[in-house]
Each structure stands twice: as structure tokens, then as C-alpha cells.
Ligand binder design. Sequence first.
Ligand SMILES: [Fe+2]
Length: 155
Amino acid sequence: MNVQEIAEELSRLVQLDADAVVAYDRVIEAIGDGWIATELARFRLDHQRHILELSKALLDMNVRPPEASPDMKGTILGGVTGLRARLGTEQALKAMKPNEELTTSTYARAVAKPFPEEVLELVRRNYADEQRHLAWIERALDQRLWEQERAGAQP
Ligand SMILES: [Fe+2]
């Protein structure tokens, strides 16, 4: 891959992660306080770290990173744009699941690309974060963790 191809790929990932941050903003607001919202805030922070580290990788290649402004037309926001505050944790997590599926599959494709080793390490770390986020959301929906939250028990 030449520098331009690498830069294009990384810039797309920055945009994807930026959209994910906005999606988490909405979801966390909809859920309100509690340990599930706290967990999702950690995922949001992972996406923010992805943006920073991908941006640094771009700068190291003398490429200016894209402005990480959320693309409201982005597919990632589709499920959460309709969320209203306090809609409920189940709906919020269901809305977030396709987003995490998209970020996970996008990173899965990215790790298969012939990036230079340094870049590949970063992309692999981010991919691992995405797999972890998706697995957590699937488990939360599967085990209806919010019901345990209501009962005051943190598993
Ligand atoms: Fe994620």
C-alpha cells in the first residue's frame, strides 16, 4: 500500500470512530445513570482513543487527519438518531448493536490489509476493542443485564 492508500483507509476509520462516539453520546444520554451507562462510557472513550491514535499515525505520515466531525448521514447513526432520552436500556443497546457490528466488521476488513507493521498493530488493537464492545453488548442483551441493574446487583 502506498502512503495515499494507507491515509485513505485510516481516515475512513477516523470517521467511523467519530460516528461511533456520537452514537454513544446519544445512547448514554438515553440510558441515564447507572453502571451500564458507565460501561458504555468506557467504550466511547475507546473510540475517542482510536481517533487520537489513528490521527497520530496519519500525522506521522505527514497527512493531516480528517476533522472528526460526525457524519450525520453515516449509516452508523441510523439506529440511534431516533432515540429519546430515557427510552430504556434495552432499546438503547439494541440500537447500538448494529453500530458495533459495523465497526467490528470494518476493522476486521482493515486488519486483512497490507498495512505497514506499525499501522497494523494499531488497527489490530482497535479491532480487539471492537470485538470486546460487540461481545459485551450481545451478552448484555442476552442476559438482560439492565434487569440486574434494577435489582441493584452488578454482575
Ligand atoms: Fe466499539
